[in-house]
Design a protein around this ligand. Sequence first.
Ligand SMILES: [Zn+2]
Length: 426
Amino acid sequence: MKRPSFLAASAIALSLAAPAAAAPANADSAVRRIVASQPYKTAAAALDSGHDQWVGDIIAITQIPAPPFKEEVRAKAFADMLRKRGLAPAIDEAGNVIALRKGAEAGPAVVVSAHLDTVFPEGTDVTVKREGTKLMAPGVGDDSAGLATLLALIDAMNAGKVQTKSDVLFVGTVGEEGRGDLRGVRQLFTKGAYKGKIRAFFSLDGGGLDGMTTGATGSKRYRVTFKGPGGHSYGAFGIVNPMVALGTTVTDLYKINVPADPKTTYSASVVGGGTSVNAIPAEVWLDVDMRSESAGELASLEKQFLAIVPNAVEAENGARSTKPGKVSAELEPIGDRPAGHTDPNADIVRFAEAAYRAEGLTVKQGTSSTDSNIPMSLGIPAITMSRIADGGRAHAPDEWIDVSKAPNVKLKRILLATILATAGTR
Ligand SMILES: [Zn+2]
């Protein structure tokens, strides 16, 4: 080597330090440039003057019921709200509402989404009650506020005549909650017209001015149905009992060691079956939930669980008489949400952090289960950002949000700056 060794060593040290040190500075300057631009300033002023419209939209959306698998009425109303803003929404095969806001350049789109569905069944009273700046109703935050915030961002971009480089695709998704199993966002990324044509994804979900989701908790859920011959509890005593196989399954599941980091969990959650206290049941069932921040740990846990069930069945068939019939088990997958994460150094994360910093705030990265699970699992940069500055009791009948103007306008400025930095502006 001709170079003095100290130079080579410092060059290595520099190149190691450079990516982590350089990225935030670039993100900060990109966000500062956007925030200082006239279109952004006009858009931010529209977020301020549009506050009452935003509150009105939250109330209107909340009061259109959207039970699981029954989002059509709200979807149509949401499509109308997009149409009023000059977009041409379409409803896809899954029921997602999709509206394109054209960018200046050809290429993949940036998605801004919120979910249409709630966890509340048909017949739930969704009338919004108001006390000062507090709004209360089932679903008022999750995710009616997300949908209204998405609309406010469109209003602001229109007011500022903001021209993005990338297309921005505004999406109201179906099936985010529970048994919906992310079917809307799954359709968007794996089957629909935009499959392979999305380069970044935002979900507006969750609340607060201090956190965002950059990691996806994956989950696998099963219903296991154990069947046997059944019989009289006294007269047929000695024959196999599917309840024992179920019990052994639960006991053996709880012998599995899972890591605390990456957090990995399981739960035997719901059971049912049997007919009478004096009958050996012919059928019993069990719902199991397994979760992990790591796709590998989740797969390993699932594999162990899937081995436990047949072993438990075999043990019961070996322990008692199978003369009138054997015990068997059927496994039905009832939930599959992939784990994943967005690189903490990805542009989308750096831009969000810079947008928070531009408002004098710091934001923590966290992990949860949201629409972002699907793009994260596919390696597409995705984050879930807050829909509301403050709220609580999501998924409960006494859900509430605080629609105070200042913190919520601030949050929307942060969202707007992050989205514009990600999509690029002219
Ligand atoms: Zn939600």
